[in-house]
Design a protein around this ligand. Structure first.
Ligand code: PLP
Length: 505
């Protein structure tokens, strides 16, 4: 069986189930698999298949130690009536281009696609297939506590996925004051006896870095194992179980284009992807490795354009001003999944990756050799939008197509016009959130005066566009907050201790 190991060393090899249960490798690297692309997906057979059928093909190729029955039950549970469109990720035309709507899940952001299925994967990873060698190991590994740093959307999607799942708990850390009002309400009203939500005084990068440090803290791990049999894991896109479900919709998009004869089998398609942690777009690269005819994968950043600068100069430098923008889920300066991309483009050079990540940790910057950058640029293109350009893109998209996009999707819409792409290839924008998650920013971009409450903004946006308001968002109005804690970054480990003890009661 093809095993996974860290991007930073090959010493420890684990199965897909172990990699999912563990989340991140012990050395701080991310789990990768050298056989990526050895089993190809039969693309020609996909048109006419349902999303669920396509998911089975793709996930079987990526998670070899899950049985077909296991994958089937995960897929059926994750992609049913909880999505408001029977195609799960419908493809729509947008002028000369296309938009892949990824926001029909229970929290109206694309992260539902992965986070509805991750808890189901997790349920198939029991202590006894996670490297247990003795009864002691088993006792130390009875429960999984998911820690999630969120820039706004992962938190709610993860809460919704893991709430009341047996033998798991989940704690979400969000940057205080840096998520939209709707995003905050979605999280602090979450039900479930195994959930915790806390605001952190800092930005997303501070919270994510602290969560990574907590994962790397061997003393804390033994303490939690001994006191409550809890092991920590991750629902961020550093977890391979979060990444692979996203590969599916690239195939689903292509299958829809083939089905409607918009393209012929083998034609290349470009994807333009609003990017923060590089998870969504990396899934597109995985799809390419699995045989999907992908032309360019285009990174669309907001004003925090660290990825744009990296792709154009070869230098990744996080020592720069951090901007809080109207696309909060992309306000990120440390883009975790880039590490996986660098691993694959350096042909698995774990020493190089260790050195680069060490440079990042110590100096905040690293430089990638020119020949690797050249290979990367043959697949990835890039662009970015400042906030005025985002607002203009929302207005233009509405005026030209009578289609409302959210501020994240608007970065991609803007980048559509600033990048060339593959000549003659159809171009697909990934739409990562419902505009109703950011109704104020969208309404203002459309030239309207926004009323004081976000719920009135939703109504006004509805009156203007005729687009339905998702029930999960509308129903937040008037719900009271269950979670009001606000802590310092330094207090995050203690918070984890408290929650681990509470969930074990
Ligand atoms: C998370 C998120 C993104 C960025 O996705 P990454 O996988 O982090 O690159 C873009 N748009 C929205 C709405 C998101 O929630």
């Amino acid at each position: 069986m093809e095993l996974f190991h860290s991007t930073r060393s090959t010493n420890i090899q684990v199965t897909a189930k172990q990699a999912i249960r563990q989340g991140i490798a012990d050395d701080g690297g991310l789990f990768v698999n050298d056989s990526l692309g050895k089993t190809l997906v039969d693309v020609e057979s996909l048109p006419g298949k349902s999303y669920q059928e396509i998911a089975l093909e793709v996930l079987s190729a990526l998670l070899p130690d899950f049985t077909e029955d296991e994958l089937q039950s995960c897929i059926q549970g994750a992609y049913g009536s909880n999505f408001k469109d029977e195609d799960i990720t419908p493809l729509k035309s947008l002028g000369m281009n296309y938009v892949l709507e990824l926001f029909h899940g229970p929290t109206s952001a694309f992260k539902d696609v992965a986070l509805q299925i991750l808890p189901r994967f997790m349920a198939h990873t029991t202590a006894d297939n996670a490297q247990a060698e003795s009864q002691e190991d088993l006792d130390a590994n009875k429960r999984v506590l998911i820690l999630t740093a969120t820039s706004g959307d992962t938190g709610k999607a993860a809460l919704e996925g893991f709430a009341d799942v047996d033998s798991t708990g989940i704690v979400v850390f969000y940057p205080a004051g840096q998520v939209s009002e709707v995003q905050r309400l979605q999280m602090v009203t979450q039900s479930g006896s195994n959930v915790g939500v806390v605001a952190v005084r800092g930005n997303f990068d501070d919270a994510q870095s602290s969560v990574k440090r907590i994962f790397g803290d061997a003393d804390l791990a033994s303490e939690l194992a001994a006191s409550s049999g809890t092991r920590l894991s991750s629902a961020n896109s550093i977890n391979v179980g979060r990444l692979v479900p996203q590969v599916v919709y690239y195939f689903a998009a292509y299958a829809q284009l083939l089905f409607t004869q918009e393209i012929n089998f083998g034609d290349e398609v470009d994807f333009i992807v609003p990017t923060g942690n590089f998870g969504d777009i990396l899934a597109g690269y995985y799809a390419k490795r699995l045989g999907l005819p992908v032309g360019k994968l285009v990174v669309a950043s907001d004003k925090n354009n660290v990825l744009y600068d990296f792709l154009t100069t070869g230098v990744y430098d996080r020592n720069r001003e951090f901007f809080t923008t109207i696309s909060p889920s992309m306000d990120i300066l440390i883009s975790s999944n880039l590490e996986r991309m660098l691993y694959y483009f350096s042909d698995g050079d774990t020493e190089l990756i260790s050195r680069l990540m060490n440079d990042l940790a110590t100096t905040g910057r690293y430089e990638v050799p020119g020949e690797i950058m050249e290979k990367i640029r043959s697949v990835f293109d890039c662009g970015w939008a400042d906030e005025d350009q985002v607002r203009t893109a929302i207005a233009e998209c509405w005026n030209d197509n009578h289609y409302v996009i959210d501020p994240h999707t608007a970065c991609a819409y803007h980048v559509l016009s600033t990048t060339e792409g593959t000549p003659t290839a159809p171009r697909v924008i990934l739409s990562t959130a419902s505009p109703y998650k950011f109704p104020r920013a969208v309404l203002e971009a459309l030239g309207q005066t926004a009323p004081s409450s976000d719920f009135e903004c939703m109504e006004d946006l509805h009156a203007l566009s005729g687009m339905d308001i998702p029930e999960n968002l509308r129903s937040l109005e008037g719900q009271s907050a269950r979670f009001t804690d606000e802590i310092d970054v330094a207090d995050m480990p203690d918070y984890v201790r408290t929650m681990a003890a509470r969930f074990a009661e």
